[in-house]
Design a protein around this ligand. Structure first.
Ligand code: N2P
Length: 357
């Protein structure tokens, strides 16, 4: 009998231990240790073959997760429950994450391939000295459109999109800064405007665009435009490049009122558990051949000068996607407008989305 009681006690105790361990594991979803690395990136933003190659080369297993906006990514990292070893925010998000203590400084001695990056992408104001971030892709926001579907019209400006003939023809990228920004730019205001009157005006102007807006979508925007489900898309330049590669009837234009110039960069968030592996991954992505392969696969423009040698000339000489820095004078980089202002942009974007329903 006694034996039976102690057996019961042992089983009881063991199940407690199991429960506790599984609770711990749940608390930190994604358990990067020495041999795993959790990478948090935008959707459709890496050649999966490169992940395989990295795993083979290093013996590190990659857990790959995606997000579709800087806002969603920052919220998840700030929350802290999940391990992320590498993330890929845009510039204003990097500035905000730095401010909130969400980033770990990089060890440049572990990133020898940083020398391949064109210096014009280094030492930018959101991260002097690249203390926390190194360039991944860059580009603009603009309009990709199918002239055949709109009676041969040429689009050159944001204001062209309000044309009554374009009913139900426009797809918008699902991004608060991008959509509010296009409202602001169409009124000749700055993309970093913090005047609430101007912002309200931009929101009202966007509401008037509603009859022309077919949908606000994520990465499926590419497929929809390639398949000619709509004539016009407001997109990031790399998506436009990818779309045009699949359907060359479309063209891409950066509107004349001005637009956004953006830089996405790799960082190591505070949630990292495998800091050594994170540096290895970042350095791997900075390798010119890997960077070229990645650019070719996703369609975005690489800041890696040496990688350009491995890409077709038709790609690197296409001024729509590799504009000269002199010619991007009317473009603005998003600034970190502070927690409250960024929340206000998100709020207006949400209201605009609701207005459509
Ligand atoms: C790729 C998203 C690119 C983000 N799907 C541009 N900042």
């Amino acid at each position: 009998m006694r034996k039976l009681i102690s057996l019961f006690a042992a089983v009881f105790f063991a199940s407690f231990v199991l429960l506790y361990v599984s609770a711990l594991l749940n608390k930190t979803e994604g358990y990067s240790g020495k041999n795993t690395l959790t990478v948090y990136n935008w959707g459709d933003y890496i050649d999966p073959a490169l992940i395989k190659k990295f795993e083979k080369q290093t013996g590190i297993k990659v857990i790959y997760q995606t997000f579709d906006s800087n806002e969603a990514m920052m919220a998840k990292i700030a929350q802290g429950g999940t391990t992320f070893d590498v993330a890929v925010p845009s510039e204003y998000a990097i500035s905000k994450m730095k401010e909130e203590g969400l980033l770990i400084p990089l060890d440049h001695s572990k990133l020898p391939n940083l020398k391949y990056i064109n210096p014009r992408f280094l030492n930018l104001s959101f991260d002097p000295g690249n203390k926390y971030s190194v360039p991944y892709f860059w580009g603009t926001v603009g309009i990709v459109y199918n002239p055949e579907m709109i009676g041969g019209k040429k689009i050159t400006s944001w204001n062209d999109l309000w044309d009554k003939d374009l009913r139900n023809q426009i797809l918008l990228v699902d991004g608060a800064r991008e959509v509010i920004g296009m409202g602001l730019n169409s009124l000749h205001y700055s993309l970093n405007d913090t005047n609430k009157k101007h912002l309200q005006e931009a929101k009202e102007k966007l509401d008037r665009l509603t009859p022309n807006v077919k949908a606000i979508v994520g990465d499926e925007i590419k497929m929809l435009l390639v398949n000619e489900e709509a004539a016009i898309g407001v997109v990031w330049s790399g998506d436009a490049a990818e779309i045009i590669a699949e359907n060359d009837k479309l063209d891409y234009v950066v509107p004349k009122e001005g637009s956004n110039l953006w830089f996405d960069n790799m960082v190591i968030p505070k949630t990292a558990k495998n800091i050594e592996g994170a540096h290895q991954f970042i350095n791997f992505m900075l390798d010119p051949k890997n960077a070229a392969q990645n650019a070719e696969y996703v369609g975005y423009s690489t800041p890696n000068e040496k990688a350009l040698d491995y890409l077709p000339k038709e790609v690197t000489e296409d001024k729509r996607f590799y504009p000269d820095f002199e010619s991007v004078g009317n473009l603005e980089v998003y600034e970190n407008l502070g927690k409250r202002m960024l929340a206000y942009y998100n709020e207006l974007f949400l209201q605009f989305k609701m207005h459509r329903k």
